[in-house]
Design a binder for this molecule. Structure first.
Ligand code: NAD
Length: 499
């Protein structure tokens, strides 16, 4: 059995704890490797290495740091196919989708090449007689990130690229389900010129996470994953005095107004609902047509599109629309939730139950499901299913549709499909959700804007990437300086205006 490693101090390091997790091939259902699960000593060793390396990196001027990222972008492009293949093999997503995973991370790396500009401080010349005030952004020291299985390239890069551009050392604890690509990324960063110890990968589960949360040297923790774990990490990390940002689960609604182009809306829903087998935090999992006529027209357009979806292994290349879900447990949980939908009275318009793929009978494939007449009290509406299951909740008017999105506990993304600019404007302005699409089903902002939801989809103050990332990974220091006259006038005992 292939044994994966950590990546510590510039080298592949075998696990010492004696604990391992199986890494599956979701398409075949076979165990393809085992990944070591670090204990607190292994984590502490990586932190010591990081703490030794970080001051030298922080003292490296920002344009030199940016040059490493420039080279890294070239290496990502060079190795794109290799990275995507390794990613698909462990995650199960299609090969083109795996490339997209790398690409959306790469774009944040490109943005971080602007670090010299983004890290510029502020300066007030002559704030008082002979007095200048300036502020600078300094790195935090050692930062850590804990990432989910569903974007094993993109989300690690969203964290480590800005952290490292700002002069921090970074310890990544990736998902134990698909840990190979994160290690490949760390190797490529070193090939690009990053000094040893600035980016390390420590594999593990809750034990490694708890070691991160309680290690006094680690200054900040970034987390992306499910909401219960996000809440735990936010509360524990903050109690330990760390700066923490946690991004959690989602239940994204798409409102379809009566004036929407139904073909366009149906195409958008199929891609956003079933792409990556629904394992995206920005997937649309609830369609909200406004009015029964709209709902009937939408269902009529959706059904043939959904029935045509091709489900298969990543090795089929462009020829599949989505692949298997990540584990047998995820598959069982999705099937359980589908059954609750049927039991609680939702109408299963497209029934993907019992799906099997010849030659891949043990893979974790799930056929596409479409529910109609879902109501807000049902489990399939309340819970994040994270599978190829789209629920339709019929709203009688726009206000009712808006209220649905607003009353749901999650607030990651949402979309409205309409030709009416007034409705779109009103929706974008009033809805209490972090990322809004207007005739765009998956409104993931590009690298130079920030990414983050509201409500139970986020814990913390600053978003991912964009300017917020440079705030999260730096501390502001403000210097008030007086040169040289007046310095010998004696002490001052009271705050006074600088006049
Ligand atoms: P998860 O919460 O199970 O795992 C995320 C990370 O937390 C992993 O590294 C895992 O090892 C660790 N972890 C798991 N259990 C833990 C525990 N008890 N204590 C400490 N650490 C623990 O999430 P997942 O299944 O890998 O990812 C899917 C979830 O991530 C979905 O809910 C999805 O919506 C969410 N997600 C959110 C965003 C966002 O930006 N809001 C983006 C991607 C995924």
């Amino acid at each position: 059995m292939k044994e994966l490693t950590h990546y510590i101090n510039g080298a592949h390091v075998k696990g010492q704890s004696g604990r391992f997790a199986d890494v599956m091939n979701p398409a075949t259902g076979e165990v393809q490797a085992r990944v070591p699960l670090a204990n607190s000593e292994e984590l502490a060793f990586a932190v010591d290495v990081a703490a030794d390396a970080q001051p030298g990196w922080a003292a490296t001027n920002p344009q030199r740091r940016a040059r490493v990222l420039m080279k890294f972008v070239a290496l990502l492009n060079r190795d794109m196919d290799k990275l995507a293949e390794a990613l698909s093999r462990e995650h199960g997503k299609t090969f083109p989708d795996a490339k997209g995973d790398v690409q959306r991370g790469l774009e944040v790396v490109e943005y971080c090449i602007g670090a010299p500009q983004l890290l510029k401080g502020e300066y007030s010349d002559g704030a008082g007689p002979g007095i200048d005030i300036y502020s600078m952004r300094q790195p935090l020291g050692v930062s850590a990130g804990i990432t989910p299985f569903n974007f094993p390239a993109m989300i690690p890069m969203w964290m480590f690229a800005p952290a490292i551009a700002c002069g921090n050392a970074f310890i990544l604890k990736p998902s134990e389900r698909d840990p190979s690509v994160p290690v490949m990324l760390a190797e490529l960063m070193e090939e690009a010129g990053l000094p040893k110890g600035i980016l390390q990968v420590v594999n593990g589960d809750k034990e490694a996470v708890d070691a991160i949360l309680h290690h006094p040297t680690i200054q900040s923790v970034g987390f992306v994953g499910s909401t219960p774990i996000a809440e735990y990490i936010y509360a524990t990390g903050c109690a330990q005095g760390k700066r923490v940002q946690c991004f959690g689960g989602a239940k994204n609604h798409m409102i379809i107004m009566p004036d929407a182009d139904m073909d366009q809306a149906a195409d958008a829903l199929v891609g956003a609902g079933y792409g990556a087998a629904g394992e995206r935090c920005m997937a649309i999992s609830v369609a909200v047509p406004v009015g029964d006529k709209t709902a009937d027209a939408l269902i009529e357009k959706l059904v043939p599109r959904i029935e045509k979806l091709k489900v298969g292994p990543y090795t089929a290349g462009d020829d599949v629309d989505y692949g298997p879900v990540v584990t047998a447990a995820a598959k069982a949980n999705i099937e359980r939730l589908v059954q609750t939908g049927v039991d609680q009275g939702a109408k299963l318009v497209v029934d993907g139950r019992g799906f099997s793929l010849q030659g891949y009978e043990n893979g974790f494939f799930i056929g596409p499901h479409l529910f109609d007449h879902v109501t807000p009290d049902m489990d399939i509406y309340k819970t994040e299913i994270f599978g190829p299951v789209l629920s339709t909740v019929r709203a009688q008017n726009y206000e009712e549709a808006l209220k649905l999105a607003m009353d749901h506990e999650y607030g990651n993304g949402t979309a409205i499909f309409t030709r009416d600019g007034d409705a779109a404007r009103d929706f974008a302005s009033r809805v209490n959700v972090g990322m809004i699409g207007v005739n765009v089903p998956i409104p993931v902002p590009l690298a130079y804007h920030t990414f983050g939801g509201w409500k139970k989809s986020v814990f913390g103050d600053l978003n991912q990437h964009g300017p917020d990332a440079f705030r999260f990974y730096t501390r502001t220091k403000t210097v008030t300086a007086r040169w040289p006259s007046g310095i010998k006038d004696g002490g001052e005992f009271h705050f006074k205006a600088m006049d």
